[in-house]
Structures are given as structure tokens and as C-alpha cells.
Design a protein around this ligand. Structure first.
Ligand SMILES: Nc1ncnc2c1ncn2[C@@H]1O[C@H](COP(=O)(O)OP(=O)(O)OP(=O)(O)O)[C@@H](O)[C@H]1O
Length: 247
């Protein structure tokens, strides 16, 4: 079965370093994929490779049936790949509204629609990017990506460093985009349990390859896979060290 995004035997990295190691993936239209893995396993590099920002070594990436392996990043954006990088791509010296209008290209997403998705942005429309909280900046980064009318949205650790209430708000908006608007999404996250309820499928990376792939629901119930491949919740700290363990 063909997918919206099809990756075959991809090898990619930075200069002489190979990070993505023979990775293959199919993502069907309308699905949400959780991209999981411990620190440094290649999640960002995979996202950046889908965006065309790394060194391609071999393998192929197809999007909507078109081979995009050698397409420059701006052309990938133009054909419908939206990207929200870890470092929140917003203009800090422009207002919220200006941040949205300067990138607006399509007709499906308007400023009003972005404010309906993120009411906080509507309230802060005249504030500058640098006057926003981390959560509001993240919402603005997502809204900016939407203004280009993507068919696939890549979100690289969008929840990192945000307060729990903002995490919930952002996840609800991402779920709405996927489940109500049918937007295909890839969501990178360290804390698997947070995002698995909001995604259909999950893959876990280790050393740039997929070491586990499952339906999100199944992975959530699979303690063995979770503890083998992910940094799961720490064990409770021991209240007292046993005398035998002292030096
Ligand atoms: N610009 C770069 N040049 C060379 N190596 C890099 C570069 N960026 C990342 N790497 C290396 O690639 C590997 C994967 O890094 P990557 O950032 O993709 O992992 P990650 O799973 O996203 O980690 P994290 O969760 O910490 O963001 C690491 O070994 C990292 O040191």
C-alpha cells in the first residue's frame, strides 16, 4: 500500500557522520506517528532529513508519490511538508499577527482559523514574539507552519520545557488537527506516555534505525518494549541505602 510519506532504506547524516542507518517507513494519509527514542538516537536527524537539511547518502524519500530525495527544503515546504523545529521558528521582533501574515500562502489556513485553534494567540495578536511565554511561542511556531497549508506536519519535541497545562492545550490542538482536519503528523517526543494516546502508530529509533514499530495503543500497554527502548519513568528513589551498599 502506498503512503503519503514513503521512506526506503534511507542513509543520511552530517558530513562524514552517518546517523540514519537504512531506515524504511510508510505513513498513510491522515495518520499520526509518534517518533520515539532516547537522547541522540536520530529523531531530529530523521525529521531534518525529511525536510532536506542533512547529507543524503543513499535511499529514497517519496511524498505524495513524488520522489523528493534531492529536493531542496523550500521546495519540500512548497509541496506540503510543514516543519516545526525544536528551536521554534518565529520572528521575535514581529507581532503574533505579523508572524502569521508574512508566511500565509494558502487559502485553507487563515489568521482567524489559527486563532480559533489557539485562542491564546488571538489574545496576544499585538504582542511581539519575544513577549510571549514559551508555550505561546510554540503555539505560534505551529500556527506559522499551518499557514503554509501542509499535508504533513513534522513536530520536533514541541512539548519540551512547557508547563503541564500548556502541554495539554498543545496536545489537544495537535489532536484536533489530526483527528478533525485529517492532517498527517509526525510527533517527536522523549516522553512516550504523553503522546501515545494522541497518535495512531509509533516507531522507536536506536542508532538511527527503527528498533520497534507498533500501534500506539499496543506500545502503551507493552511495558517490555517501553523499558527496553525508552527512558521510562524513573524508579522511585530508595529512602535508605542498605548498609551493605556503603563503602
Ligand atoms: N550537526 C551535526 N553534526 C554532526 N553530528 C550531529 C549533528 N547533529 C546531531 N548529530 C549527532 O547525530 C546523532 C543523533 O542526534 P539527533 O539530534 O538526531 O538525536 P535525537 O534522537 O533527536 O536526540 P535528542 O532527543 O537529544 O534531541 C547524535 O549522535 C548527535 O551527536
Amino acid at each position: 500500500m502506498s503512503g503519503l510519506l514513503e521512506i526506503d532504506d534511507l542513509v543520511a547524516g552530517y558530513r562524514e557522520a552517518v546517523v540514519i542507518n537504512g531506515l524504511s517507513l510508510r505513513l498513510a494519509d491522515g495518520k499520526a506517528l509518534a517518533l520515539l527514542g532516547r537522547n541522540g538516537t536520530g529523531k531530529t536527524t530523521l525529521i531534518d532529513t525529511i525536510m532536506g537539511l542533512t547529507r543524503h547518502v543513499s535511499g529514497r524519500i517519496r511524498f505524495k508519490g513524488e520522489d523528493i530525495t534531492h529536493l531542496p527544503p523550500e521546495k519540500r515546504a512548497a509541496i506540503g511538508i510543514g516543519w516545526v523545529p525544536q528551536e521554534r521558528n518565529i520572528f521575535r521582533s514581529l507581532t503574533v499577527e505579523e508572524n502569521l501574515t508574512v508566511v500565509q500562502r494558502g487559502t485553507a489556513w487563515t489568521v482567524a482559523r489559527a486563532y480559533a485553534l489557539f485562542p491564546r494567540l488571538g489574545e496576544r495578536r499585538r504582542n511581539l514574539g519575544n513577549q510571549l511565554s514559551g508555550g505561546e511561542q510554540q503555539m505560534l511556531a505551529v500556527a506559522r507552519a499551518l499557514m503554509l497549508d501542509p499535508d504533513l506536519l513534522l513536530l520536533d519535541e514541541p512539548l519540551e520545557g512547557l508547563a503541564p497545562i500548556i502541554v495539554d492545550e498543545l496536545l489537544a490542538a495537535i489532536a484536533q488537527l489530526n483527528r478533525e482536519d485529517g492532517l498527517t503528523t509526525i510527533l517527536v517526543e522523549q516522553k512516550a506516555r504523553k503522546i501515545l494516546p494522541f497518535t495512531d502508530e509509533a516507531i522507536i529509533l536506536d542508532r538511527g534505525a527503527i528498533v520497534h514499530a507498533a500501534r500506539s495503543e499496543a506500545l502503551l500497554a507493552d511495558e517490555t518494549a517501553m523499558s527496553a527502548h525508552l527512558a521510562v519513568a524513573e524508579r522511585p528513589a530508595r529512602s535508605r541505602r542498605s548498609p551493605a551498599s556503603r563503602n
